[in-house]
Design a protein around this ligand. Structure first.
Ligand code: FMN
Length: 325
């Protein structure tokens, strides 16, 4: 079993300490585990530039590798090799630090299990070029993950989107989430080793994450310290509201029904909705199918408005002339 610790914090600071304690937990129960630790703080992981080279390559029969070459490839290789990942990132202005999102944008979409299989199925039927068996299947293998969001603020108020955003890393790859922990309060804790309960939780998180490698997804019991969250899939407490009693989990994209009794609010997410959460194959496939339709919808509109659009686009190209006039 290969276990990867991925820390986006400062060297030997809170993210490193918390995730390394979890990795001590892994080693205690699984001495044979191969453990790798990467601190990304000094790495260059540039942003996705939306060039589309990865998807074009896949559609033409190649792999969908990213053509921007920097430290990303080394991190990607380590993620691909791992069976279990402990990922810790600091909250910078309510969400994980931007470098984390750069990694998500360059790693996660390209490993979307439904999107890749969509193309491989078309290779099998001859609708797309390429050998379906040539694609490195291990890129799509099952992995488990636990997330640690680290913030300085005393209350959860200033870490409101930390944990939730960490989930964006693993859902396209259908990583099974074993645990996620909002380690806020670091500004007053001083050093995580001054909080025995917190460090005990990290240690146990490591043990459970490693154990989950040898279980089916259904057998994995979510390990959460502060209640199990409102959404039964991602265990987060964020909800999108639209003025009706139907609400949506912004992480999983599934609908629930709210009911209120006194000052208690319950949200019921049906089994059917849970089965179409973003991190399931069905949920990912909904999106794959949705985006296939873009061309058919836009192409006739663009063709019909071609002359007008050509004229209007001249304005955009001459924008600098306008502001400098
Ligand atoms: C630019 C910046 C913004 C931050 N914003 C928040 C915030 O919104 N909420 C919060 O709880 N902590 C915030 N922090 C504090 C960090 O999350 C905290 O110091 C954390 O321990 C850093 O992780 P590290 O110790 O592993 O480097 C911020 C820190 C920096 C440098």
């Amino acid at each position: 079993m290969k276990v990867l610790g991925l820390s986006f914090g400062k060297k030997n600071a809170n993210c490193d300490i918390l995730s390394k304690e979890a990795l001590y937990g892994v080693k205690e129960n699984f001495p044979e585990a191969e453990i790798k630790f990467i601190n990304t703080q000094r790495l260059t992981i540039d942003r996705c530039i939306g060039c589309g080279a990865c998807s074009t390559s896949l559609e033409k029969g190649g792999d969908n590798d990213c053509i921007i070459k920097d430290d990303f490839q080394m991190v990607e290789e380590a993620i691909r090799e791992a069976d279990a990942i402990i990922l810790a990132a600091p909250v910078y202005v309510l969400q994980p630090v931007g470098q984390f999102k750069n990694l998500v944008d360059r790693f996660s979409c390209r490993h979307d299990v439904s999107a890749v299989n969509w193309v491989l199925d078309k290779r099998r039927t001859g609708e797309m070029p390429g050998d379906p068996d040539a694609y490195p299947q291990e890129r799509l293998k099952r992995r488990v993950v636990s997330y640690i969001s680290v913030g300085g603020a005393i209350t959860e108020n200033w870490t409101s989107m930390g944990c939730a955003t960490l989930h964006l890393f693993g859902f396209p790859v259908m990583m099974k989430v074993v645990s996620n922990y909002n380690a806020n309060s670091m500004g007053t804790v001083g050093n995580p080793y001054l909080d025995d309960e917190l460090m005990g939780h990290m240690h146990e998180m490591g043990k459970r994450t490693a154990a989950a490698v040898f279980m089916d997804d259904k057998e994995v019991e979510y390990y959460g310290p502060k209640g199990h969250g409102t959404c039964p899939v991602c265990h987060q407490n964020l909800l999108m509201v639209n003025g009706t009693t139907t609400v949506e989990c912004p992480v999983c994209g599934i609908e629930g029904k709210i009911s209120i009794e006194g000052d208690r609010l319950e949200v019921e997410f049906s089994e059917a909705q849970q089965a179409r959460a973003r991190g399931t194959f069905a949920g990912l496939r909904e999106h794959t199918e949705e985006i296939q339709g873009f061309g058919a919808i836009c192409a006739p509109k663009i063709m019909a408005g071609k002359e007008m659009l050509n004229e209007k686009m001249k304005r955009i190209k001459k924008f600098d002339e306008m502001i400098n006039a």
